[in-house]
Write a protein that binds this ligand. Structure first.
Ligand code: SF4
Length: 415
């Protein structure tokens, strides 16, 4: 059984039906041991063992500690969180209650983006159904738990929990070096002065299935190193865009075949494998992208032969420029320059004496990308570099046509 089948079979959006079928089981279990034994890993780039993360947080003694549920899928093309909140809300609550029980936390904070007002309302209504069942309420001691709903400022954060917490705490969102495993220690950043455990919905939704089927069964599903599925939001030039799930390591040809019925390389011309920060690639290089798809946000976008990769990259850069927190000068200024570069690509290039090349030259932006790659403090700057480098590496002819000859092969940028 997979997550999407589980959600349907257990009718996880109906409280009574879900409970009658065995969901929202209130028996007390050694949840951390179960999760550790299942070998569940975080559904993000860190692939950190979830059981270990819960174990660490359970040892934090502050009674005000919080569990922050990232439900805000801000990244364009990622609609997984909204899907889970609308179709599996009681499985989500079951997972959150299991994490609260395992870590002895008493506060659960749901983070939404500013455009999810209706989704948040429906989650609140579902919570009220849960709270109004006096039997369940008593057994789970729900009156001891504080459920908070908050809205972010709309920044994407690329899954970086430190940025997410900073953003909603009203601090300037400044990333820390490297990548954290969604666990923010009490000595690091905190939410409203309290230690916080950040959980994403993609990871949480695995927990009810593990509790139903057992850790041994879960370990046998897919890749033994990283069992279970990842939920992807698939959009663009496929016949059936929507929510899909695949075992870790499933190759992209299989994914396209499932979403399209067949692989039509004529129609699908390229892919953005894991959200806006993952680069842009021609479809003929897709076999090397399998691991990228599973490390990212789960937003998988295919574009057709009618779309220009340079035009797509230009839109993505515009988005990414708004994500720069401004801490690093190369990211703050370089991203602005890149946006300017792409938006001026239809202007006649001017010879730049310093660079001994035409201004807005490809060499120039390649240098900025290298600088961003070397000096960026967090993933946002490196993702911008990745996008530019993927364009230079995989679309050299298209880049030259655009920036030196003001031509576009698919006549999207200039007719
Ligand atoms: S790389 Fe960009 S987003 Fe990241 S810390 Fe530096 S300025 Fe901020």
């Amino acid at each position: 059984m997979s997550i999407l089948n589980y959600i349907k079979e257990y009718n996880a959006c109906d409280f009574s039906d879900y409970r009658n079928k065995g969901g929202l089981d209130e028996s007390s279990r050694k949840i951390i041991d179960i999760i550790k034994s299942s070998n569940l890993k975080e559904r993000d780039k860190s692939l950190f063992p979830t059981g270990l993360k819960l174990d660490f947080f359970s040892k934090v003694s502050d009674p005000g500690k919080m569990v922050l549920v990232l439900a805000d899928n801000v990244e364009p093309g990622c609609f997984r969180d909204t899907y889970l909140l609308q179709n599996a809300i009681f499985a989500v609550f079951e997972a959150v209650l299991a994490v609260l029980e395992a870590t002895s936390a008493k506060v659960a904070v749901f983070l939404f983006n500013p455009w999810q007002k209706e989704v948040a309302e429906s989650v609140r209504s579902s919570l009220n159904i849960l709270l109004s069942d006096s039997d369940f309420n008593q057994k789970m001691k729900l009156s001891d738990i504080d459920f908070e709903f908050i809205f972010s400022g709309g920044l994407c954060n690329f899954g970086d929990p430190v940025l997410a917490v900073d953003q909603i705490s009203g601090r300037q969102a400044v990333a820390r070096k490297g990548y954290s495993a969604n666990y923010i220690s009490p000595s690091d950043r905190s939410l409203l002065g309290k230690p916080v455990l950040v959980m994403n919905l993609d990871t949480l939704i695995q927990i009810p299935l593990i509790l139903r089927k057992g850790p041994e069964w879960y370990r046998s599903q897919g890749d033994p190193e990283n069992p279970g599925t990842k939920i992807l939001s698939v959009s663009g030039a496929v016949k059936s865009p929507g929510i899909y799930e695949f075992y870790y390591g499933t190759n992209i040809e299989e994914i396209i075949a499932k979403c399209s019925g067949e692989i039509d390389f004529e129609k699908i011309s390229g892919v953005i494998p894991a959200g806006y920060g993952s680069g842009i690639f021609p479809i003929k290089h897709c076999s090397s992208l399998t691991s990228k798809i599973f490390e990212g946000s789960g937003a998988l976008y295919f574009y057709s032969e009618k779309n220009c990769p340079v035009a797509i990259a230009s839109k993505i850069l515009n988005f990414l420029s708004g994500e720069s927190c401004g801490f690093c000068i190369p990211c703050r200024e370089g991203t602005r320059y890149l946006v300017d570069f792409f938006s001026n690509c239809n202007k006649k290039p001017v010879y730049d004496v310093q660079y001994k090349s035409y201004s807005y030259s490809i060499k120039h932006i390649s240098e900025i990308a290298s600088l961003l790659k070397m000096t960026s403090r967090c993933d946002t700057g490196r993702r911008i570099a990745l996008l530019v480098n993927s364009l230079i590496e995989y679309f050299p002819t298209e880049m030259e046509k655009h920036f030196l000859r003001q031509e576009c092969s698919v006549k999207q940028c200039w007719k």
